[in-house]
Design a protein around this ligand. Structure first.
Ligand SMILES: [Zn+2]
Length: 290
């Protein structure tokens, strides 16, 4: 299984924490109709949809190694974290993530930056780890790059109702308290090889990350897409969306910009190998193997 991608002088690694079916399609895509699923089941199975109509999902981080920095994008679910509404993530205690990190040649001290495309539970988990009963930054040398409006939204949500966002309590606020956050705009030019692209809708200020130079480049999409079905039907929202209409507009805009080019899409949740190119398909888009 390929977990290493070369883009010019940048290397991108995938660090997988989990892979499998977690939700059924009707739950995952609340607006999906029986007809739409019937029409698309044949090409989705078995790779993207299992026999019980559950989307196949990968939970993973990307690590982008430029000549100057090592940047982690999204930090999965993490260990020892109470997630009462998500049994398959509740109090997880697995060595798979750390093993895969080491297998790719990285230790926690190698990470210079952690970018969170958005502040959902499966994208912030390894921001922190439990040490003597306290949540401390997992990556001791890293700065953590959060969008200003995203952080503001979730900080308020947690303050109003801590039980509604336990991942903010244990995986985001301790990073803020440790003074390790770089608060940026979701269109932030990080350096000459990496620029954030605002892709709002899944959350209030979700960003994707453009890596490399035009012609030799990739987009780490985060959760602006969860299944290739949402390329064929960009308006199809998923259950955790903040605003599915805006998420659909973000898909049309980003895929319109990069379709029929060599740009590699590095998706957060497509099953392995998780990467593909986007092409135009009828009045929408499709993903094709790179
Ligand atoms: Zn999400």
């Amino acid at each position: 299984m390929s977990t290493k991608i070369q883009i010019g002088n940048v290397t991108i690694h995938r660090i997988v924490e989990q892979e499998g079916p977690f939700f059924n399609a009707a739950q995952f895509f609340p607006a999906i109709t029986k007809e739409l699923l019937d029409e698309n089941r044949s090409w989705l199975r078995p790779r993207f949809l299992d026999e019980q109509d559950r989307p196949m999902l990968c939970i993973q981080s990307y690590i982008v190694k430029t000549p100057h920095h090592t940047i982690m994008i999204d930090s999965c679910v993490g260990n020892h974290k109470p997630r009462p509404t998500r049994p398959f993530w509740n109090m997880m205690n697995s060595d798979r993530y750390e093993k895969n990190l080491a297998g790719a040649g990285f230790g926690v001290n190698d990470i210079d930056f952690v970018m969170c495309t958005h502040l959902h539970t499966d994208h912030v988990g390894w921001n922190t780890r439990l040490e003597n009963g306290r949540w401390v930054p997992t990556f001791p040398k890293a700065r953590y790059v959060f969008s200003d409006r995203e952080l503001e939204f979730w900080t308020r949500r947690e303050k109003d109702d801590p039980a509604a966002a336990p991942w903010i309590t244990d995986s985001v606020l301790p990073i803020v308290a440790a003074g390790r956050v770089d608060i940026v705009k979701s269109a932030h030019a990080f350096n000459d090889l990496m620029t954030l692209i605002p892709t709002p809708g899944h959350t209030i200020d979700h960003y994707s990350v453009h890596v490399g130079k035009s012609g030799t480049d990739a987009v780490v999409t985060g959760d602006m897409i969860h299944s290739p079905l949402q390329a064929r039907y960009p308006e199809l929202g998923m259950m955790a969306d903040y605003d599915s209409k805006i998420a659909g507009e973000s898909r049309r805009q980003l895929f319109g910009r990069f379709c029929d080019t060599s740009t590699l899409m590095c998706t957060a949740h497509f099953p392995s190998p998780s990467t593909a190119r986007v092409v135009r398909h009828k009045d929408a888009f499709d993903f094709v193997d790179a």
